[in-house]
Design a protein around this ligand. Structure first.
Ligand code: C5P
Length: 296
C-alpha cells in the first residue's frame, strides 16, 4: 500500500439535547447525565507527515500553543504509540469557540483519528477514547459521535439509535462562556431545572421527536446568567422551534425544528439581531477521515 502523506478529517460539533448535573466529585469535576448529539457542522483537520510538530488555524483567533487540544492530542498519540514522528496540523475552524459545542474536543478527536490512519497505528476506538478522555471531557463523544447518552464526567458513553429526524438552528451570541466558570456558578446557585435524560432516551428509542423535545433541558442554564439566553429562546420558539435550550455550558442556544424549511426561516428571522447563526441536522457519526478517497 502506498505511504500516506496527508489525511483530512471531518470532526462534528455537538449539541446537548439534555444536560443534568447529578453530583460533585472530590476533584471538583461534576457527575453529569447528558444526551449528546453530533451535528452537521464540522472542524476540518488536515494532517501532513513531518519531522516536527506544528499547528496552524487559518483565520481563527484560537491560540496555536501547547494548551491547544490539537497539540495535546498529538503529544498523547505519539507518547502512547512510541512513534518517533511529528505532524503538521492545519485546522479550518467552523465551530464557534466558548459555545458549548465542543469545538476544541472535535479538534482533538480529529487529530487522534487522523494520526491513527496517517501512521497506520490501528488503535481501537476504546484506546482512542481513553487517550481523548485525558485531553478533555467531551473528546470521547467527539470520537464516537451520533447520538449518545453520556454519564460520569463525560467518559461513560452509551450509543443510542439515531435521534428522530429534525433540524437545528443554533445561535451564537456576541459573547462566549468559560466552562470552568459555568460550573463554578452552578456550585454557588444550583438549578431548579433537571431534565429527564431517561425519558429522553426512551423518546429517542421510540423515534418520538415531541418526547425528545419535552424532555430537553440544561441544568447549567439557570445559573449561566448569559444575557441573551431568554431572548434567543423566545425568538426561536416564536419562529417555529418545538423547543429551545442552551447547549453545554453555553453560550450557544439552539432550537429544534421539524423541518429544514422551518429551521432556515427561523435563522433568517433572528439573523438581524444575532448574525452568527447556523442551520444543521443530526450527524450519525463522529470524527472521520474523508480524504484521500481510496482510504474510505
Ligand atoms: O475537560 P474539559 O477541559 O472539557 O473541562 C473544562 C472544565 O469544565 C473543567 O476544568 C471543569 O472545571 C469543568 N467540568 C466539570 N465537570 C465535568 C466536565 C467539565 O466540572 N464533568
Amino acid at each position: 500500500m502506498a505511504k500516506l502523506n496527508c489525511v483530512t478529517v471531518l470532526a462534528p460539533a455537538k449539541l446537548n439535547l439534555a444536560l443534568d448535573v447529578v453530583g460533585l466529585l472530590p476533584n471538583g469535576y461534576h457527575n453529569l447525565d447528558m444526551t449528546m448529539q453530533a451535528i452537521t457542522l464540522y472542524e476540518r483537520v488536515v494532517l501532513r507527515r513531518s519531522q516536527n510538530l506544528s499547528l496552524t488555524l487559518p483565520g481563527s483567533p484560537v491560540a496555536a500553543n501547547d494548551s491547544n487540544t490539537a497539540i495535546k492530542a498529538a503529544l498523547a498519540f505519539f507518547h502512547y504509540t512510541g512513534l518517533l514522528a511529528g505532524v503538521e496540523i492545519t485546522i479550518y475552524k467552523n465551530v464557534p469557540v466558548r459555545a458549548g459545542m465542543a469545538g476544541g474536543s472535535a479538534d482533538a478527536a480529529g487529530v487522534l483519528v487522523g494520526l491513527n490512519v496517517l501512521y497506520g497505528a490501528k488503535l481501537s476506538m476504546s484506546e482512542l477514547c481513553a487517550l481523548g478522555a485525558k485531553i478533555g471531557a467531551d473528546v470521547p463523544f467527539a470520537l464516537m459521535g451520533g447520538t449518545c447518552r453520556v454519564q460520569g464526567v463525560g467518559d461513560v458513553m452509551k450509543a443510542l439509535p439515531p435521534c428522530p429526524d429534525c433540524w437545528f438552528t443554533v445561535v451564537m451570541p456576541d459573547y462566549g462562556v468559560s466552562t470552568p466558570e459555568a460550573f463554578a456558578a452552578y456550585d454557588k446557585v444550583g438549578s431548579s431545572t433537571h431534565p429527564d435524560c431517561e425519558a429522553q432516551e426512551k423518546a429517542i428509542r421510540a423515534e418520538d421527536l415531541a418526547g425528545v423535545c419535552a424532555a430537553a433541558g440544561n441544568a447549567l442554564e439557570e445559573c449561566s446568567g448569559a444575557r441573551d439566553n431568554e431572548a434567543i429562546k423566545t425568538a426561536l420558539k416564536e419562529n417555529g422551534a418545538v423547543t429551545a435550550l442552551m447547549t453545554g455550558s453555553g453560550a450557544a442556544v439552539f432550537g429544534i425544528f421539524e423541518s429544514e424549511e422551518a429551521a432556515r426561516s427561523a435563522a433568517e428571522a433572528v439573523r438581524a439581531q444575532w448574525p452568527q447563526v447556523y442551520v444543521a441536522r443530526p450527524d450519525r457519526g463522529g470524527a472521520r477521515v474523508i480524504s484521500p478517497k481510496w482510504m474510505l
